[in-house]
Design a protein around this ligand. Structure first.
Ligand SMILES: [Zn+2]
Length: 423
């Protein structure tokens, strides 16, 4: 890998660009890191014929768009990558006791954001600069978008705001880490997810009412209703639906049973133990993963209907239905594997890394969510392919294999030429 590309990656990783909206982070401690990363990339690419502009919904969090116009007559392409990172877990356990060390050891560069996903942006910059150095002029325009806010789904500050400002192209590649199941896998699809909170109401009375409230001969609901136990009925109902999903929900790009409802936070107002009362309210939070071939509205309706039907079997829930709060939605992206962009990436990956044995899938699913979804929402064909491994993203000693960065650049350079055309 070119020393100047390694130096660019080290400087990017050494820059703290934690997303200021990340839980537990004070904005004043981290603000400006994202903008600084975009400026570093723009400065680097200015030497290779790229002009840069910024789009800032939040003036202190600038998205940087680097663009080089084509000679005309070709299709345009843009590469998207986010410059924000999560906050580091257990910072003292990182190599050199520092998540921003950018230490290189045994061919790996360590640091927060190395895999997710500053190395992807460097690969794009490396590809663009290599084409320029080789005297290649593209027919179509090439843009590189270094965006903010991805880690908190703030696409309206990042990716979507850049597209709404009029930037974009005929196709896009998001350079998120896709080195699963093998280096630089071409991914064309991701599942969608919802954050869902379900509130269950009880009838909070003294804990001495437990007997009469639940035993034969007692007063039943009139004596008190423990919301925690009613919420457990909701959890059981959704476990049953999740089992059904294992059979009813499938997509060729995903292993069976992956579409799930993961209960996360569960809390009720159990009161002070020495006094004790039956919980007046309880909430259970879910992360729902649904397949790309289903409509989000239908998924919401299916879950609500299932809980509604289960509630009819309970004398309390029948009259006090659980309340659904659909807090956030990350849509899918699902580009046809026959699309020329995907086909180009598959061919160019084979060119650089060797063809995959016949019989193996040539494309894969992206096993998380990313900004490709918000690009797809604008009707733009999009793929995700980039260096790094999601298994070490967001984890202590996140790293990227440097050879993957240069291999990614070689693939991207080929796809840029094939997609945009060479003048
Ligand atoms: Zn990412």
């Amino acid at each position: 890998m070119l020393p100047e590309a390694i130096s660019l990656l080290r400087r990017l990783v050494a820059t703290n660009s934690i997303n200021p909206l990340f839980p537990g982070i004070r904005r004043e401690d981290v603000i400006g890191g994202e903008t600084a990363c975009g400026a570093m990339l723009a400065d680097h690419l200015s030497r290779f014929g790229f002009a840069s502009e910024t789009v800032a919904h939040d003036p202190e969090r600038k998205n940087t768009v680097m663009r080089k116009s084509g000679t005309g007559g070709g299709r345009s392409l843009f590469i998207n990558g986010h410059v924000d990172t999560v906050a580091p877990f257990r910072p003292s356990e990182w190599l050199d006791g520092n998540p921003w060390s950018a230490t290189i050891k045994d061919g790996r560069l360590y640091g927060l954001g190395s895999t997710d996903m500053k190395s992807g942006l460097v690969a794009a910059a490396l590809a663009a600069s290599a084409l320029d150095a080789a005297g290649v002029r593209l027919k179509g325009e090439l843009q590189i978008h270094a965006v903010v806010g991805e880690e908190t789904m703030s696409h309206e500050l990042g990716t979507s705001s850049v597209l709404d400002a009029g930037f974009g192209g005929d196709a896009a590649i998001v350079v998120e880490p896709t080195s699963q199941p093998r280096p630089l896998s071409v991914t064309a699809v991701s599942a969608g997810n919802f954050n869902l909170q379900i509130d269950v109401k009880g009838y909070g009375t003294h804990s001495g009412n437990r007997g009469p409230s639940i035993r034969a001969g007692g007063e039943g609901n009139a004596a008190g209703v423990n919301a925690v136990e009613k919420a457990m009925l909701v959890v059981q109902a959704l476990q049953q639906l999740e089992q059904e999903w294992g059979i009813t929900k499938s997509h060729p790009a995903f292993p069976a049973g992956i579409f799930s409802m993961v209960p996360g936070v569960f809390h009720g107002d159990a009161g002070v133990p020495s006094v004790g009362y039956l919980a007046e309210s309880a909430t259970v939070g879910y992360l729902v993963w649904y397949p790309p071939n289903e409509r989000p509205a239908a998924i919401r309706a299916e879950i609500e209907n299932h809980v509604h039907h289960a509630s009819q079997l309970d004398s309390w829930l029948r009259h006090n239905p659980p309340v659904f709060r659909w807090e956030s939605h990350w849509p899918v992206f699902d580009t046809s594997t026959d699309h020329p962009l995907i086909q180009s990436l598959v061919a160019d990956r084979a060119d650089v890394l060797g063809a995959l044995p016949a019989g193996l899938a040539q494309t894969h699913s992206f096993n998380a969510v990313c900004d490709a979804s918000f690009i797809a929402e604008k009707g733009i064909p999009v793929a995700a392919m980039g260096p790094g491994d999601l298994r070490c993203a967001h984890a202590v000693n996140e790293f990227v294999q440097l050879t993957e960065v240069s291999d990614c650049a070689r693939i991207l350079a080929r796809t840029m030429m094939r997609w945009c055309g060479v003048a």
